[in-house]
Ligand binder design. Sequence first.
Ligand code: NAP
Length: 320
Amino acid sequence: MPNLEHELYDVTIMGTGPAGLTASIYTCRANLKTVMFEGDLPGGQLTQTSEVENFPGFETGIEGFLLIDEMRKQAIRFGAEIHFSMIEHVDFSEAPYKVTLSDGTSYYTKTLIISSGASPRKLHIPGEQEFWGKGVSSCATCDAAFYRDQHVIVVGGGDSAMEEATFLTRFASKVTLVHRRDELRASKIMQQRALSNPKIEWKWSHSVAEVKGTEKDGVQKVTLVNLKDDSTYDYDVDGFFLAIGHIPNTSIFKDSSLKLDDEGYIVTAPDSTKTNIPGVFAVGDVQDKVFRQAITAAGTGCMGALEAEHFIAALEDAAE
Ligand code: NAP
């Protein structure tokens, strides 16, 4: 990795999912000196899904990692500098902001675009990680079409679980909703929609202890636990959807002056990617708990880049 020590960048982008990569394509094309950091999961959540069929421009769909790879190559073509390193700390007390990396290197940046995404909350049970992308998913919008006429389960009792289960019934022959309590957290209207859907079967007061399958065929069974009597049994399924919430990747900002909401998402101004700190913008899933799509993340990435560009232009005007 080249030595960044004491360098001054126009733009730092934290995270290389669709939001961050789109932002870098725009900032590099605007001739802004841009550096990006990959973080924990280079390419973001899209690299964990199989085929992406709903990103415009690909008639027959595209593998998630290939879509990211194309975006990455496009960003590099315009001059983006991408490093496999973690941002450990950003000092917002004085502009330009001092960024410290995990290897102790520090440099300065005029603007920061945070695109560190969110991670689906997981159950941490055997088989969950092994079959991720091979029958285990956290995105029905992305993967439902692969389960035409098959049986899938959805875990969770919130709005996401209701929405995912209802959406999955358009394709699957049967959807089993597994919830750990006998009462839902979801809003009444979403509950009603799911409860009145004849294709949804309910497993109240149940949890999943294990996901089972084979390398060749992916998920085939789950082990369910009836929490009322602690009995366990195997249950045949073709797909397993987790809908137990997301965790925004904002832990490094927890004790900083950057404004986060109660769940840790970065708070942005209405119709904008601006945060409460001048020159700091948040794009993609790290500030979005509603849409969470690659295309909406890319859209906000573009917005963040344009806002960073305007911010730097205003700094330059003020300096003249
Ligand atoms: P959520 O409201 O936090 O619900 C998470 C669900 O997962 C809860 O039912 C919870 O069970 C369950 N859960 C959490 N950890 C679990 C574990 N370890 N094992 C088993 N179950 C577990 O999350 P969400 O449904 O993703 O919604 C997040 C936010 O987005 C909400 O504000 C929601 O209203 C919003 N949203 C809105 C829409 C919409 O309006 N179209 C769609 C989706 C989401 P308990 O109930 O027992 O705690």
